[in-house]
Design a protein around this ligand. Structure first.
Ligand code: HEM
Length: 201
């Protein structure tokens, strides 16, 4: 086992863009004067989440849903190994974290889409309630996600947050991805700007 490249550039850049977008959208959610900033931040969340859902089908090995979205048996086995304080090491996402990640991406799209509809004066009060409910659900999943990241880091003795910056984790050499896919990251950034312009025009 040694340090190998696991997370490509689109995964890493997309992650920190989602974090920034989510935090800014929360902080500006109640303010009329920051309404446009709120809409921009929300459009960053929805466009990155939509890109990531597609990247989960065509991206690099550990970015693919097929590599980390597992059935209930695998999730329960992982949670059981967590409780025994000896969690099984996964080079990519673990089976429990995988479902939180999928939920965050879907909630990112749904929260952003409902916000976009409100911004365009579609729907009524019910849509605002739905938007707030989706955002609150997303916050709850983010808190579970953070608890999983920090407990996983401690129990595995591996800094998972640093790995989301460097892309490197402990694993077998044949599990490494061949390229960090910089061109796909450029496509993500162009998509982010184009979608942001279209959603907020
Ligand atoms: C400062 C707060 C956050 C930190 C430190 C953090 C950290 C991390 C880490 C370390 C991972 C990799 C987990 C693993 O090794 O399996 C990860 C994955 C992920 N996180 Fe976060 N996270 C934060 C906030 C968020 C927020 C606010 C969202 C969504 C709005 C989010 C969405 C995701 C997603 C979608 C992934 C999967 C990455 C991918 O495969 O593309 N995270 N996060």
């Amino acid at each position: 086992m040694q340090k190998i490249l696991v997370w490509d550039w689109p995964v890493r850049i997309g992650h920190w863009l989602m974090v920034g977008g989510f935090v800014i959208a929360w902080l500006t959610s109640e303010s009329e004067s920051f309404r446009l900033l709120h809409v921009w931040a929300g459009s960053a969340v929805i466009s990155v989440a939509a890109f990531r859902l597609i990247w989960g089908l065509f991206g690099t090995r550990h970015a693919r849903f097929s590599s980390f979205v597992r059935g209930p048996g695998a999730v329960l086995a992982y949670l059981g190994s967590l409780l025994s304080l000896q969690p099984r090491h996964h080079t990519g996402h673990n089976p429990a974290g995988g479902w939180a990640i999928l939920a965050l991406l879907i909630l990112g799209v749904l929260t952003g889409a409902s916000g976009w509809a409100i911004y365009n004066e579609l729907g009524g009060h019910w849509l605002e309630e739905l938007h707030e409910g989706l955002a609150a659900t997303m916050l709850a999943v983010v808190l579970v996600h953070l608890a999983g990241v920090f407990s996983g880091s401690v129990l595995h003795g591996e800094n998972l947050v640093r790995a989301m910056f460097t892309g490197r984790k402990t694993g077998e050499t044949d599990e490494a991805i061949a390229s960090p896919r910089p061109l796909a990251a450029v496509v993500l950034l162009v998509w982010l700007v184009a979608a942001g312009w279209w959603l907020t025009r």
